[in-house]
Design a protein around this ligand. Structure first.
Ligand code: PGA
Length: 256
């Protein structure tokens, strides 16, 4: 696990964007795993700008999103399909038919999950998976207690996640869907590279548990310590609860 601590989310996002841009330059038909939420928005802005400058193209890129709320149609303003269209896909030269976001209104969720897994395999697997981090330690919507062997499936959201996400639903937690379809932990772990971003003091406990705690299903993100190619991009607030020894070790590691 390589950990980068930058002074603010902008710098950390720029650093993460370099990783994505480097991949797309060396592999223009890369398969990207994408995340939603407040965290990746700055990273997506960097990618949009790089695309506008002509530095990278998404024409041959295929994408798979981590998750979608159950019950929200792709047109719903809070659906993750809408989020991706508005924050990235509509602003780059990607072929929308190559962007896969699970459908929260699928009548047969198990079949939709199986199809999603099949499509990832058909695309040759995910080269780089982008992740945010829940304040409860979730990745995707794999909540605490999710099996490390889990695949794409239906998952119920914890109270913490519902409260955290109420800000996108007029601050009203009763409007937040209580379940979602999410890529599984085993699915995520099959990606060739993983980049996790976490910003702000609200994530500091989850960051500490992910980096320093036991590798345990009670902290889904801790599984990343078993992956051979993970980069973690933090701002100082998200890194603030790391123990001084670990913090020093990160800051003294060779930087690229
Ligand atoms: P956030 O969510 O980016 O909106 O903080 C992260 C997550 O839940 O994975």
């Amino acid at each position: 696990m390589r950990i980068y601590i930058e002074k603010n989310p902008e710098d950390a996002s720029q650093k993460a964007a370099k990783l994505v841009i480097g991949l797309l330059k060396s592999k223009p038909d890369a398969v990207l795993g994408l995340a939603t939420g407040g965290t990746p928005v700055r990273l997506y802005r960097e990618l949009i700008n790089a695309n506008a400058r002509g530095e990278i193209s998404f024409k041959s890129v295929e994408t798979f999103n981590l998750d979608e709320y159950v019950g929200l149609s792709p047109r719903d303003k809070n659906s993750y399909r809408r989020f991706m269209d508005e924050n990235l896909f509509n602003l780059i030269d990607i072929d929308k038919s190559k962007t896969h976001v699970l459908d929260g209104t699928a009548s047969d969720i198990a079949a939709a999950c199986a199809d999603f897994e099949k499509s990832i395999a058909l695309a040759g697997g995910i080269d780089l998976q982008i992740l945010g981090l829940g304040s409860d330690g979730h990745i995707g919507f794999n909540e605490p207690g999710s099996s490390f062997d889990s695949r794409t499936r239906l998952e119920y959201l914890t109270e913490k996640t519902i409260v955290d996400n109420a800000r996108f639903f007029d601050g009203d937690k009763s409007k937040v869907p209580t379940s979602a379809i999410t890529m599984g932990i085993a699915t995520i772990m099959e990606a060739g590279k993983i980049a996790l971003l976490a910003f702000g003091g609200k994530k500091s406990d989850a960051v500490k548990a992910m980096v320093e705690g036991d590798v345990d299903e009670s902290v889904p993100a801790s599984v990343l310590r078993k992956h051979p190619d993970v980069s973690i991009f933090l701002d100082t607030a998200a890194a603030s609860k790391l123990s001084p020894d670990i913090y020093r070790e990160i800051l003294s590691a060779p930087r690229d």
